[in-house]
Write a protein that binds this ligand. Structure first.
Ligand code: UGA
Length: 435
C-alpha cells in the first residue's frame, strides 16, 4: 500500500516508520524543511527507544521517505494519515484544531483517486465531520472517505505498542473505507480480532475517554496514597489488593508526583471542555485535573517539610526531569512545577536526567545540569527522585551519603528500598507509606 503521513511529530513518525517496517510504502510529509532533511538522513529529533534504527533501516530498504511537498505523496496514496498536533488552545483549554484543518485543506487539493483520509491526531468528537466538509468544500471532486483511527501508543514504548496493540479503533461512516483499513493493518493484526469498527464520533470520543480514565486512575491512587500516609496504611499493599480485582486491573495504580506528558493534561482539559460545550459536565474529569495540579505543589511542599520547613539557600538535587522514563519529553512534567516551587522558596537546584537535559535547558532556568547522579548530589540537602529511570535502581547509596551535605531522600516513585536507606543513615520519605 502507498501511505502518506501528514505531520512528522511523535505520532506521525512512529506510525510512518512502523507501517513501513511491516512492508507498506510510506512517505512522511512535514512543513518543516530542516526536519525533513534531518529525517531523510535518518536523524530522529526526539528520543524514542528503537525508532532511529527503524527509520534508518526503512529508508535504506526504500520503504520510507520524507518530503516537505505533499503534492505527489498525496496524489499517489491509498491512505493519507493526518497526524499533526492538537495542542491546548490558549484561553479555553479546547484542542487547537488549526493544524488539522490546514492539513485537511492541503490534502484536499492533491487527492486524485479514491483515498481514505485517516485522522490519527487526537481530535474532539465531531472533528471528522469538519475534516470531511473542509475537504469537500476545498475540492468538490475529491473522492474520499474520512476515518477516525485514534492512536493509543505510549511514549517510551511506542514501537512495542504499535506492534502489539490491544485494539485498533476505527470510526468509519462509509463502508468503502473498511477494506482499505483492513489491508493497512493486515500485517499487524496477523489474523487476530483487533479491529473494532465504530462510528466516527464514537472513535473520537473513545480516545479521550481512555486517556481521561487512565488519568483518573492515577489521580485516584495519588489521593489514596495521601490517605495511607495519614492512616498508617501502605499504598503498595492497597494498590496490589485493588489491582488483583480484574474489574479494576493493576495498571496505572502506581502513585507518584502527578501525571504529566503531552497527552493526559491536554486531553483531560479538552474533554472537560467538550463536556461543558455539550451540556454534559464531566465532574470526575474536572476533579482529576484539579487533583493533579494540586499534587505537584504538594510534592514540593513534601520536600520542603523534609528539609525542616525551609529550603532557602539550600541545594536540592533532582533525579529525573522527563515526565516518565525512556523519553526526553518534559511537556507538563511534574519536575517543572516542583522545581519552580522549590526555586520560589529559595532553593538552589541541581538536576540530572539521562535524556531530558537538553530540552530542560530551555524550560527550566537557573538549574545546574549535571552529567551523572553523583555530581548532582554533591553538597545537596536533599535528593529528590522524580522520574523512575531504570539506572536509578542501581545507585550506590553509600557514595551518595558521603557526597551529600545532609543525607535526605524524597522518593516520589517509591523506587528505593526504604529499610536499606534508613540503615545507611538517610532520612527517607516515599509516597503513601506509613510514617
Ligand atoms: C498516554 C496513554 O497511556 C497512551 O495510551 C496514549 O496513546 C497516549 O497518552 C497518547 O494519548 O498519545 P503517555 O502520555 O506516553 O501515554 O504516558 P503514560 O505511560 O500513560 O504516563 C502518563 C503519566 O502518568 C506519566 O507522567 C506517568 O508517570 C504517570 N503515571 C502513569 C503514574 O503516575 N502512575 C501510573 O501508574 C501510570
Amino acid at each position: 500500500m502507498q501511505i502518506t503521513v501528514v505531520g512528522s511529530g511523535y505520532v506521525g513518525l512512529v506510525s510512518g516508520a512502523c507501517f513501513a517496517d511491516v512492508g507498506h510504502s510510506v512517505t512522511c510529509v512535514d512543513l518543516d524543511e530542516a526536519k525533513v532533511a534531518a529525517l531523510s538522513a535518518g536523524h530522529v529529533p526526539f528520543y524514542e527507544p528503537g525508532l532511529e534504527p527503524m527509520v534508518a533501516k526503512n529508508i535504506k530498504a526504500g520503504r520510507l521517505s520524507f518530503s516537505a511537498d505533499m503534492t505527489q505523496p498525496v496524489a499517489n496514496a491509498d491512505a493519507v494519515l493526518i497526524a499533526v498536533g492538537t495542542p491546548t488552545r490558549r484561553g479555553d483549554g479546547r484542542a487547537e484544531l488549526a493544524y488539522v484543518h490546514a492539513a485537511a485543506r492541503a490534502v484536499a487539493k492533491h487527492v486524485r483517486n479514491f483515498t481514505v483520509v485517516i485522522t490519527k491526531s487526537t481530535v474532539p468528537v465531531g472533528t471528522g465531520d469538519q475534516v470531511e466538509d473542509m475537504i469537500r468544500q476545498t475540492n468538490p471532486a475529491a473522492d474520499i472517505a474520512v476515518v477516525s483511527n485514534p492512536e493509543f501508543l505510549r511514549q517510551g514504548n511506542a514501537i512495542e505498542d504499535f506492534r502489539h496493540p490491544d485494539r485498533i479503533i476505527v470510526g468509519i461512516n462509509e463502508a468503502r473505507a473498511r477494506p482499505v483499513i483492513k489491508q493497512l493493518y493486515h500485517p499487524i493484526i496477523a489474523g487476530r480480532n483487533l479491529l473494532i469498527f465504530t462510528s466516527r464520533r464514537s472513535a473520537e470520543l473513545t480516545k479521550y475517554a481512555a486517556n481521561a480514565f487512565l488519568a483518573m486512575k492515577v489521580s485516584f491512587i495519588n489521593e489514596i496514597a495521601d490517605l495511607c500516609e495519614n492512616t498508617g496504611a501502605d499504598v503498595r499493599d492497597v494498590a496490589l489488593g485493588l489491582g488483583l480485582d480484574p474489574r479494576i486491573g493493576p495498571k496505572f495504580l502506581v502513585p507518584g508526583p502527578g501525571y504529566g506528558g503531552s497527552c493526559f493534561p491536554k486531553d483531560t482539559m479538552a474533554l472537560a471542555q467538550t463536556g461543558r460545550d455539550n451540556a454534559s459536565p464531566l465532574k470526575l474529569v474536572e476533579s482529576t485535573i484539579a487533583v493533579n495540579e494540586h499534587r505537584k505543589q504538594a510534592m514540593a511542599q513534601r520536600i520542603i517539610e523534609l528539609c525542616g520547613g525551609d529550603v532557602d539557600g539550600k541545594k536540592i538535587a533532582v533525579l529525573g526531569l522527563a515526565f516518565k522514563p525512556n523519553t526526553d519529553d518534559l511537556r507538563e512534567a511534574s519536575s517543572i512545577a516542583i522545581i519552580n516551587a522549590l526555586q520560589l522558596a529559595g532553593a538552589k537546584i541541581a538536576a540530572f536526567d539521562p535524556q531530558g537535559t537538553t530540552p530542560a535547558t530551555t524550560i527550566l532556568r537557573d538549574v545546574e545540569y549535571c552529567d551523572d547522579p553523583y555530581a548532582v548530589a554533591v553538597d545537596a540537602e536533599c535528593l529528590v527522585l522524580v522520574t523512575e529511570w531504570d539506572i536509578f535502581g542501581s545507585l550506590e547509596f553509600k557514595r551518595l551519603h558521603k557526597l551529600m551535605a545532609t543525607p535526605r531522600i524524597v522518593d516520589l516513585r517509591n523506587m528505593f528500598d526504604r529499610a536499606e536507606l534508613e540503615s545507611l543513615g538517610f532520612q527517607y520519605r516515599g509516597i503513601g507509606l506509613p510514617q
